[in-house]
Design a protein around this ligand. Structure first.
Ligand SMILES: NC(=O)c1ccc[n+]([C@@H]2O[C@H](COP(=O)([O-])OP(=O)(O)OC[C@H]3O[C@@H](n4cnc5c(N)ncnc54)[C@H](O)[C@@H]3O)[C@@H](O)[C@H]2O)c1
Length: 306
């Protein structure tokens, strides 16, 4: 499978590296406005292939994306001193309109996988200008927040996070919603499992987990300036699910959001060869529904530049 990556910075290069380690792509193509960086990343990652899995890793211009099944969009400007989030959004919107048109000119059949922040709004922008079915424009959304939630619950319960089923929905950001009401381990409600494992989920324990999930990016950025491993691995995992037509469920951002109009946000999505094959409307408590509605409204306003 040929995978394009536009944006060869920390996130894009880590996604490429994770795909090489996981044997997920046979061809990886980096495109960046900084062509020297794209070339350097491609060369460095290529040197991992003899000791991991074989893949052709190159850098090029947009023409080199021809034949890509998936193109990851991890490019973008970062905030300048004194610049507001909305000003940054305006600049990134312009970049994404241009990049999407160029990608689709050379790789018209590709699935677009958006990682750049604010990811829900960028997914909305890409969907609007791609003219492709919503199923073929995927935002990484809350896949990472869901992973953080499951990892923390696993740690608290002393159970593998792979056996913990819990989701984070809505915005990838401050208004995201941790869904406690339907979380379970082996089909047993989370609260019951927690009592049985000797670590009851008190209001205080839940508050601490919520805080650590919601603030994870801030804490990591404080320590090392940016985040890249978690999202890089998540992007590679989504590509793998597309390649193998897995029909795995991830929480991802899309404009196909039953119950919400003119917005892109994360809900549980079934991912296979065609991109998002189905969206599963979640069952929520009244409070979770209220918080998800609020998150959608925040995103809708930001998408409209309000
Ligand atoms: N979705 C998530 O969970 C998540 C997690 C971490 C970071 N991110 C986001 O991913 C994006 C990339 O982060 P990063 O740390 O890799 O940043 P980075 O600055 O290291 O990389 C961005 C790259 O984009 C390139 N670029 C800028 N404008 C371009 C254009 N017009 N065409 C092609 N390339 C262009 C830059 O040259 C740079 O190499 C950011 O928006 C960041 O906020 C998302």
């Amino acid at each position: 499978m040929r995978v394009g990556i536009v944006g060869a910075g920390l996130v894009g290069s880590t996604a490429g590296y994770a795909m090489v380690l996981g044997g997920i792509a046979t061809d990886i193509v980096f495109v960046d406005i900084n062509s020297a960086l794209a070339r350097a990343q491609a060369e460095d990652i290529l040197h991992a292939t003899p000791v991991s899995t074989p893949a052709r890793v190159i850098a090029g211009d947009y023409e080199a994306l021809a034949g890509s099944s998936v193109v990851i969009l991890a490019c973008g400007a970062s905030q300048k001193p004194g610049e507001t989030r909305l000003q940054l959004l305006g600049r990134n919107r312009a970049i994404f309109e241009e990049v999407t048109a160029k990608v689709l000119r050379h790789a018209p059949g590709s699935i677009l996988l958006v990682a750049s922040n604010p990811v829900d709004i960028m997914t909305y922008v890409v969907s609007a200008c791609a003219g492709a079915p919503a199923t073929r424009v995927i935002g990484s959304g809350t896949i990472l927040d869901t992973a953080r939630f499951r990892a923390l619950l696993g740690e608290t319960l002393g159970i593998s996070p792979q056996s913990v089923h819990a989701h984070v929905l809505g915005e990838h950001g401050d208004s995201e919603v941790l869904i406690w009401s339907s979380a379970d381990v082996g089909g047993v409600p989370l609260e019951e499992v927690a009592r049985r494992m000797g670590s009851p989920l008190t209001a205080e324990a839940k508050r601490r987990i919520d805080e650590r999930v919601r603030r994870a990016a801030y804490t990591i950025i404080e320590g090392k300036g940016a985040t890249w491993y978690g999202i890089g691995a998540a992007l590679a995992r989504i590509v793998q699910a597309v390649r193998d037509d897995e029909r795995t469920v991830f929480t991802l951002s899309s404009t196909d959001t039953p119950g919400y109009e003119n917005v892109s946000l994360s809900l549980p999505r079934v991912v296979g060869a065609g991109g998002i094959c189905a969206t599963l409307p979640p069952s929520l408590s009244a409070e979770e529904r209220f918080l998800l509605d609020r998150s959608a409204e925040i995103l809708r306003k930001a998408s409209e530049g309000r």
